[in-house]
Design a binder for this molecule. Structure first.
Ligand SMILES: *Cc1c(COP(=O)(O)O)cnc(C)c1O
Length: 421
């Protein structure tokens, strides 16, 4: 839509009417009166999920019982869903599995990458990641090097521009989040992977805030490993299993330490030593949460039906609109945009720092405008183009300024911290 000022409510209404993705909103269940801007943390519920949950519980578990491992395709689920997801990631068939959590998958990917590098050049003992990364990514890397206990270490970079300086001859792996969880800043995956390779290191990408939200082309970018969530923009449900991808270049070369029976070449031969199955299946460890995993398909099917070019175009239009509306009304409020203006560097959420970020967000949430708060002082608004519209952005910004202009955040109710922000 046209962002020349003043932007009107009428223009937002018209943009919703013209929106080619408008029809997808009905495929989600959202409560009346809720303006949901937190799909980057927990996606909304696909309408089909209740039916699928009932099918899995009543027919597959209730009636099929243990036979369902074979008859309902439970055993094949991680790979079958992985193949569907591959379409959204620029990955090939047999390159992705849905399994475990993002944290666990990152551990497996780092271990696999470190092992490949150890064979190639044992002097490479550094894992590079970002200080501003989602904390679990840093913690898992720290856990990995502690566990290895062979002189490995984690090197944190403070800014994307400092990556080249960090890429010494001692670096084994670089693990980056494609879209930053706090700022929404996005790396150029192809250029960065290529710089990492030029330095002799391997590139591991965390797609937690990318999968289903922005175009991803893992193969085209020449990445080595990738992990990510299905409960964010893919709408898989609370705690739904994550995914892991490995480049075809490493398919039968990689090893991972969580060598459970699901990754064995012959899991039901019950042998007394581990032999990994060939391919991506060796990233599986143990029995999967079938009920939760089955629901991943509901969100995936919706995302696969929505052309990614349209999703991206609308995401940028909505984040642009959000930024323009805030800019027009900002006045002397201490509201600082930390999301890049450059489209090529922007994911699908908008973040502002405000000294009273926590109570301001609490006041928004109390009105049904659900974004979230991240330390330090960050108001985060997730834009899922499948169910967020132009009027939602208009209404969110109106409410934000009502709260700021009238200091409505300044109450004990909003200042008190909840356990999960
Ligand atoms: C959300 C997120 C995670 C979450 O990891 P879990 O293991 O699912 O808790 C990890 N990394 C990044 C970058 C994230 O944004």
């Amino acid at each position: 839509m046209d962002l020349t000022l003043p932007i009107t409510k009428t223009a937002c209404l018209a943009a919703d009417q013209d929106d080619p993705l408008h029809r997808f909103r009905d495929q989600f269940i959202l409560p009346e009166g809720v303006n949901y801007l937190d799909g980057n943390s927990l996606g909304a519920r696909p309408a089909t999920s209740a039916q699928v949950a009932t099918r899995v519980m009543e027919d597959e578990w209730g009636t099929g019982l243990i036979r369902s491992w074979n008859t309902a395709g439970w055993f094949e689920l991680p790979g079958r869903l992985g193949n569907k997801l591959a379409g959204l990631l620029g990955a090939g068939d047999g390159e992705v599995v849905v399994t475990d959590t993002t944290s666990l998958n990152l551990f497996k990917a780092l271990a696999a990458a470190v092992r490949i590098q150890k064979a190639a050049d044992p002097a490479r003992k550094v894992i590079v990641t970002e200080r501003d990364n989602f904390p679990t990514d840093i913690y898992m890397a720290q856990g990995m090097v502690d566990f290895l206990d062979q002189g490995y270490s984690v090197r944190l970079i403070d800014h994307s521009l400092s990556l080249p300086d960090a890429l010494g001859a001692d670096v084994a792996v670089v693990a980056l989040s494609h879209v930053n969880y706090r700022t929404g800043a996005m790396w150029d995956m192809a250029a960065t992977s290529s710089a990492i390779h030029d330095a002799g290191a391997l590139a591991v990408w965390d797609l937690a805030h990318s999968a289903g939200a922005v175009p991803v082309d893992l193969r085209g970018a020449g990445a080595d490993f990738a992990v990510g969530c299905t409960y964010k923009y893919l709408n898989g449900g609370p705690g739904s299993p994550a995914f892991i991808w490995v480049s075809a270049a490493h398919q039968d070369r990689f090893w991972q330490p969580l060598s459970g029976w699901w990754g064995h070449a012959r899991p039901f031969a019950m042998e007394d030593s581990y032999e990994p199955v060939s391919g991506i299946g060796r990233f599986l460890c143990g029995t999967q949460p079938i009920l939760s995993m089955a629901l991943v398909e509901c969100g995936l099917d919706i995302s696969l039906a929505a052309p990614m070019a349209q999703v991206r175009e609308k995401s940028l239009a909505l984040t642009d609109l959000f930024i323009a509306l805030v800019e027009a009304r900002r006045g002397d409020h201490e509201l600082e945009l930390i999301t890049p203006m450059d489209h090529a560097q922007r994911g699908s959420h908008v973040s502002y720092v405000h000294p009273q970020g926590y109570p301001v967000m609490a006041a928004l949430i109390a009105r049904g405008i659900i974004g979230d708060y991240r330390e330090p002082g960050v108001l985060r608004f997730g834009i899922t183009p499948l169910y967020v519209g132009y009027m939602d952005v208009w209404n969110a910004v109106e409410a934000l300024f009502d709260i700021l202009d009238n200091k409505l955040w300044d109450t004990p109710e909003f200042l008190a911290r909840l356990q999960v922000t």
